[in-house]
Ligand binder design. Sequence first.
Ligand code: 3HC
Length: 703
Amino acid sequence: MTEPVRYLGHGGIAIVEIGNPPVNALSAPVRRGLIDAIARAGRDPEVRAIVMTAAGRTWPAGADIREFDLPPTGPTLAEVCDAIETSAKPVVSALFGTALGGGLEIALAAQLRLAEAGTRLGLPEVTLGILPGAGGTQRLPRLIGAEAALAMMLGGKPISAERAEALGIVDAVVPGDVTDAATRLAVAIAGGEAPLPDAEERRTRQSAAVWLDAVAKARAQPLDPHLPAPRKIIDCVEAALLLPEAEGHAFEAEALAELKATPQSRALRHAFLAERRAARQPGLKGVAPLPVTRVGVVGGGLMGTGIAMAMLAAGLRVMLVEQTPDTLAAALGRIASAHDRAVQKGRLSPEAREAEWDRIAGTTLLSELDSAELIVEAVIEDEKVKARVFADLGRIASPQAILATNTSYLDVNRLAEASGRPARVLGLHFFSPANVMKLVEIIPADMTDPAAVATGFALAKRLGKHAVRSGNRDGFIGNRILTAYRTAADFLLEDGASPYDIDRAMVAFGFPLGPYRVADMAGLDISWARRKRLAPTRDPAARYVAIGDLLCEIGRLGRKSGRGYYRYDGDAEGGGAKEDPEVLALIARERERKGIVARPVQAGEIRGRLLAAMANEGVRLLQEGIARCPSDIDVVMMAGYAYPRWRGGPMMTADEVGLLALRDQLRRFAREDEEFWRPGPLWDELIKNGANFASLNRAFDEA
Ligand code: 3HC
């Protein structure tokens, strides 16, 4: 086992090395070890200076997020920073890898900071619903001024070592081994050959007026009303100017404690850990992913071009296959215009666009995919068409190549069989627009070999997406939850709510768009086609809401036809969705036909029912073994369906509401419609054992 902090003597220099793999998080034993090491160096008359460094791949990436929900133990990180700042011997910190959060804060407390070229520095606490609470909100603005400090803390994005040097956060960027460079500097300081910077002199020269102006500007920008952390960060930066130093730190400590206890921070921390849990695949331990540099994409529709763009952005070579020269030209044209828009908006540099364009080629011949290491099929959602593509790919592709289907619903086993090489076939389900949405569902079929699955996970990471493993069952995880959500919404539509009431309620809950705006965007004909396909197997006794079908029958196919649940006059691109009395009249006629008397439906009921439907479907997915653990469902909904991250996903929200209350609601709803609402047995089991979805996640971690 690695020692949390090693103390090494080195000719008058104490080297203090943090060792807590994988990212040297500042957990309690590390904090204790640091305090002891600084004190020991202070006592040792031989020691003239201290070098603070870390073992392994990175300087500490922050406080240990897993400790946040445990009772506090040992010294706080703020106490560690105080010990470093007031150390009797100067401390030179040697930054490399990622110096984030508390990691950057301990460096800020040191007298000198060197960073290896390539180091990323940042204060991402805001993404966890908290603030830099080990003195970061006080020390950083004093060092670099309020505006730059606020930008780093409110944005949460890391910056480069060079930028950090330009801002005055680090004293120098060094090309080689930073610990060696820090040791040489410490020796020079000890020998009086290098001056020790005076803390007072290093303070920003920013005037109080400029400082307060930056604070006022930060307050005036549109801040998400759901999130308290940004406001608290601004308050702390103001306090850093207005309060005496010790009081400023106390103000920060209080703000941190308050934020840690908010449901938003609990949810954001859950989201961070859930994403890492989803990536953890115990069954793939030791299985090496296959190298992928050349990718084939079959189908240049919206999905195929989005997938191609995601691959290009990750540095891969792409061969895009379409059926005819015209459709191929249209597909490449779509990519070119998307790239143009990205350049215009400053999201892509002109050089990067050229480089990406050099890496894409198009063809109408499937046979040109013979050298691709991975091929993603994204043709229309028709089993016969897809099976034909897989049969062809089975003959054409190199024997090692991985063949992936982007199907949303179909049985991956059937496509694997059609290919004649099932061990190399799996589902990689992207979400539209695939170059933007951060989710890939990975669906191993019965015979998929582990190397192919490992390659899917490695590819997702390379694309910057969250991968979630799903069992191979109609709709996988995401579309199953979405269908339940939409069905519950449709029931309310028939019962008395308008689509606009429902959308407003869900936007107030935190979704960027409600279910009917989303349906209009996707195109109502897509789900209509699916419903028609499933009609022969539908239980005739099940409640069926036909409003979506009726809209399609009169040509209201959503945004693309200018009419759907909303009317899109003129500026459909800009979102100009208007409520439409025609739709309300159609719904009223349908209620009348079914003999339903509209009842008032409040926003609270809408949210309650839609959440209950999602959580209950989540329980079914767990019972059926399609989802491994509740947090995988949460990741799917946050990354693929814009479920508000600060609510942590439907299973986390269910925990916050309470399982007993939700189960009782489900039982009540089940009196109206047994089939849809009946709570699965897992609810009872968890409630009986005093457990919840978080306990299932923990059990998964411990297994
Ligand atoms: N605490 C605990 N575990 C952490 C962690 C942290 N701060 N950061 C990363 N880990 C763990 C992950 O859970 C994962 O564990 P696993 O292998 O068991 O699943 C492992 O380290 C590797 O992490 P990633 O898979 O994310 O590895 P990457 O190489 O892709 O990314 C990283 C590395 C950039 C460091 C990324 O993990 C990251 O951004 N970490 C969070 C950084 C952060 O938010 N720091 C601020 C913490 S809050 C704080 O410091 C409060 C203070 O101000 C008081």
